[in-house]
Design a protein around this ligand. Structure first.
Ligand code: HAM
Length: 430
């Protein structure tokens, strides 16, 4: 008889790996508690209408990816209804917020959740049909301070602390503001106008998005369309004064806390409910995720509660892809366990070989472990060799020798920095 297997896109989690899952979840609980969050557990399935209204009919999640079925009624009086396995948990949390009249407390609600979500996506490494999220929502009536920029910065700072405590290396925070519910239509109109004369030059997907949901064009990874997309109007130019001020305050608070971020004007994210701040944390290439490098995402929302029949309750939240976080921790632990040299020196051209050897001598005498490449190597081959042998690579070309400023590539962090030759040994020792 044929052996039965777990359904495509789902998987078993076994020991010893489950110990790592438990460590991640325990760290989340411990960190979130320090910020005043309490746990909420909502059902794994809800009415289909909740997601249609909450997440948005036009989104990929609702239009293509939900596991929906017609649930039979048990008696004539108990009519059947359409139910759906939750594809995300923000809509469920806001439903619970309304149902349990949490607004009546007048207090800010800080709720976190840990649990499986379901999306019918094409499975690949880091993308599953049943996957886990660790998420949180901060919401409440406006007078509880729920729409303050301070809350956005607090949530982002908490995530930075969480990733640092887990030991995730090289994470990056991409930040944007998608504006208010009134900014967005003006921006979408400008996008439509800018896309009209050029959309026929774009891939089929983008031609369709240009019609149905022009914001989605900004997400497109199609290499041929990037030039057109980069030239499109930027949302930042369409923010009203209040949204612009909010974004400035978020950035100032992050600066004050020393949380590094990059403003990414194309970050609009795939759910309809976002207003103002949106964000994503990614990890560098080589962290075990392939192309699925978004570790977590989230943003602010205003209007979601009203969309579900509740009182005004602005909020901000996020969801961490726990599967992706685990893959990252595993890959980074593996990389750290491999014994690697401090640096690989890549001379550009045989004329640089002697100078490369001299630099190696200098660094080795300073106590660092060094391998020297070969001037005949192409840049790509130098990169590949360096990545296998060493944690970092320095390129030695004509310009570098002349200027004494060297470019150091850190493979784990995915970063390039410029370092004066006189400081190289010291920087590499860190
Ligand atoms: P999302 O961006 O759809 O946002 O998902 C958040 C994270 O879940 C992603 O960054 C990714 O790490 C992970 N994820 C999504 N789909 C999959 C999948 N098929 N397999 C593995 N991991 C996946 C939300 O879900 C929003 N509810 C976040 C939020 C909360 N916004 C405000 N509050």
């Amino acid at each position: 008889m044929a052996i039965l297997k777990a359904v495509r896109g789902t998987r078993d989690l076994l020991p010893p790996e489950t110990a790592l899952w438990n460590r991640v979840e325990a760290t989340a609980r411990a960190v979130f508690a320090r910020y005043g969050f309490g746990e909420i557990r909502t059902p794994i399935f809800e009415t289909t209408e909740l997601f249609a209204r909450g997440v948005g009919e036009e989104t990929d999640i609702v239009s293509k990816e939900m596991y929906t079925w017609e649930d039979r009624g048990r008696a004539d009086s108990d009519k059947g209804q359409s139910l759906t396995l939750r594809p995300e948990n923000t809509a469920g949390v806001v439903r619970a917020y309304i149902e349990h009249k949490m607004a009546d407390t007048g207090m800010l609600q800080k709720l976190f959740y840990i649990g499986p979500q379901f999306r019918r996506e094409r499975p690949q490494r880091g993308r599953y049909r049943q996957f886990w999220q660790i998420g949180a929502e901060v919401l409440g009536p406006a007078w509880s301070g729920s729409d303050s920029a301070l809350r956005d910065a607090e949530v982002l700072e908490m995530l930075a602390t969480f990733l640092d405590e887990l030991g995730v290396k090289g994470w990056r925070l991409a930040l944007n503001s998608v504006g208010s519910a009134t900014d967005r239509p003006r921006y979408v109109a400008a996008l439509r106008e800018a896309l009209a004369p050029v959309k026929h030059l774009m891939c089929e997907d983008n031609q369709r998005r240009a019609e149905t949901n022009p914001l989605r064009v900004l997400d497109s990874k199609d290499p041929n369309d990037q030039e057109i997309i980069n030239a499109l109007p930027k949302i930042a130019d369409y923010l009203d004064d209040a949204s612009r001020e909010h974004f400035e305050q978020v950035k100032a608070a992050l600066d004050a806390c020393g949380v590094a971020y990059t403003v990414e004007p194309r970050l609009v994210r795939g759910l309809d409910y976002y207003t103002r701040t949106t964000f994503e944390f990614t990890v560098p290439d080589g962290s075990g995720l392939g192309t699925q490098n978004a570790l977590l995402g989230g943003g602010r929302y205003d209007g979601l509660s009203e969309m579900l029949g509740g009182p005004k309750a602005p909020g901000i939240g996020f969801a961490i892809g726990e599967d992706r976080l685990i893959l990252t921790l595993q890959a980074q632990a593996e990389a750290a366990a491999e014994k690697k040299l401090d640096i690989f020196i890549a001379p550009m051209g045989v004329e640089r070989n002697a100078e490369a050897l001299r630099l190696a001598q200098e660094l080795r005498r300073a106590g660092l472990s060094v391998e020297v490449g070969e001037g005949t190597f192409r840049l790509k081959k130098s990169f590949e060799t360096a990545d296998k042998l060493a944690r970092r690579m320095v390129i030695l070309g004509e310009d570098e020798v002349a200027s004494g400023i060297l470019t150091v590539k850190d493979f784990a962090a995915g970063e390039q920095t410029k370092v004066p030759r006189s400081e190289l040994a010291e920087v590499l020792r860190r």
